[in-house]
Design a protein around this ligand. Structure first.
Ligand code: T4K
Length: 412
């Protein structure tokens, strides 16, 4: 089955064409946020074949070692330790850095950031974000610092660098440790320096949905020799040789097949950025002039992976709320996502443990209620993006009818 309006001008899409108003969905197949980018298949299969021949599948194999070297070079750091995923990477880094007690963290992040602390019985203390950047707002941190606070764990949300200098200044002045969740930020830079070398340690995600994917995976990067040694030990049960365990540890190892995928994708990183940038510009053009829609700005002075296309919906101007627009898009088979709604503080166990956290998070709540993340990556064509923009234009152009149709729909 082909997509419904593939040849028509999206600007002239009528509201009566919308699936919420009874038409067929625009897209025959769902368009996902987070469709994996797959690099050169032949190279991946070749690497995998060699791996099978070697009979070396995990435990610091040659592919993992090569991947670690290549990441360290690319990011410009002394040490890279590849891990099975970023969540375990965060847990390892948090423990190695010596965080305990309370740690200031954004609530507007993927829940893994908070879980990595809580999992180790460290209290995540949620601080508010800057609504213009969606990143932790340095001005909102100090009120949360208590005698139990040991650190700040900030996320470079959407790959946009945190205000690193201001966070470092607070951390230094208040005697706190600073580390970054860089899950979104591989391939991004801050004032000419690649993300990966800031704070004590940074943690990337190479999950299937990420800009650079290694199927599942992650990497911890640092310039601190002692930390790197400790993390490496901890990721392999604390073993130093066949029989000797000298540290508490877990299994955080990356497998060879994951490194094969990571290496293969790393080799085509420039192509991936080019596709994502093309898509971002297509969305920019397609959404231009639609009331109440603003696309998160990318600073051209910073290197960006353009992995997330983030739309903010101003309901008063658009005539439709973010949730209504998401319903419209889902009906068309555009599976846009409401990341990171409703914010970690409204998820378990945090909403039970800290029921009043929201009082300090007005901008987190506002941003979480406005954001839609749209599909991008190599799976999306410019024509499909024009169609997605056409749906949004048609829906907002006929907001009253759309609202009425949604209100009349029996709730699922
Ligand atoms: N810190 C931050 C700030 C993060 O964003 C994340 C992960 C982490 C830490 C932890 O990193 P990891 O431990 O995962 O390395 C997805 C990802 O699973 C998660 O990795 C990511 N952040 C988060 C932002 O997005 P979900 O719950 O939305 O996943 P899911 O299963 O709904 O997949 C998203 C979409 O991707 C689906 O619509 C389908 C599509 N998809 C997914 C997979 C796995 C595919 O098309 N193919 C696939 O193979 O969390």
């Amino acid at each position: 089955m082909s997509d419904r309006i593939s040849t028509s001008s999206t600007r002239t899409l009528l509201s009566t064409d919308l699936a919420v108003l009874g038409s067929q969905p625009t897209f025959a197949q769902p368009l996902h946020v987070g469709r994996p980018n797959i690099g050169n298949r032949e190279l991946f299969l070749e690497r995998t074949g060699q791996m099978l021949d070697r009979l070396w599948l995990s435990n610091n194999g040659p592919l993992v070692q090569e991947f670690e070297r290549r990441i360290a070079d690319y990011v410009g750091v002394k040490h890279c330790i590849c891990v099975c995923n970023a969540t375990v990477g965060l847990e390892l880094a948090i423990r190695a850095v010596g965080l305990r007690g309370e740690v200031v963290v954004p609530s507007y992040t993927f829940v893994a950031t908070a879980h990595a602390l809580q999992w180790q019985e460290i209290t995540p203390v949620f601080a508010d974000v800057d609504p213009a950047t969606h990143n932790l707002d340095p001005a909102r941190i100090e009120r949360h610092i208590t005698p139990r606070t040991t650190g700040i764990l900030a996320t470079h949300v959407w790959g946009r660098p945190c205000p690193v200098e201001a966070l470092s200044e607070i951390a230094k002045r208040r005697g706190l440790k600073l580390m970054f969740d860089a899950a979104h930020a591989f391939g991004c830079s801050h004032h000419g320096q690649m993300i990966g070398g800031f704070g004590l340690v940074e943690v990337f995600s190479f999950h299937a949905t990420k800009f650079l994917n290694s199927l599942e995976g992650g990497a911890i990067t640092t310039n601190d020799d002692e930390l790197a040694t400790k993390i490496r030990l901890m990721a392999n049960f604390g073993f130093v040789d066949y029989d000797r365990v000298i540290h508490l540890g877990t299994n955080g190892k990356m497998t060879e097949v994951c490194a094969a995928m990571g290496l293969t994708n790393l080799e085509c990183i420039a192509d991936l950025v080019a596709v994502n940038r093309r898509n971002y510009n297509a969305y920019r053009g397609g959404l231009e002039g639609i009331p109440g829609m603003s696309l998160l700005h990318r600073d051209p002075a910073q290197q960006s992976n353009y992995q997330y296309v983030v739309l903010e919906v101003n309901a008063a101007q658009a005539g439709l709320s973010r949730d209504e627009l998401v319903q419209v898009l889902h009906a068309e088979n555009v599976l846009a996502r409401k990341y990171f709604w409703p914010g970690c503080h409204r998820m378990e166990p945090y909403c039970s443990l800290y029921p009043y956290a929201g009082m300090f998070l007005p901008d987190t709540e506002r941003v979480a209620a406005q954001v839609i993340v749209l599909p991008t990556g190599t799976a999306m064509s410019e024509a499909q993006i024009a169609m997605v923009c056409g749906i949004i234009r048609a829906a907002t152009g006929q907001a009253d009818q759309v609202r009425a149709a949604l209100a009349a729909k029996p709730s699922a």
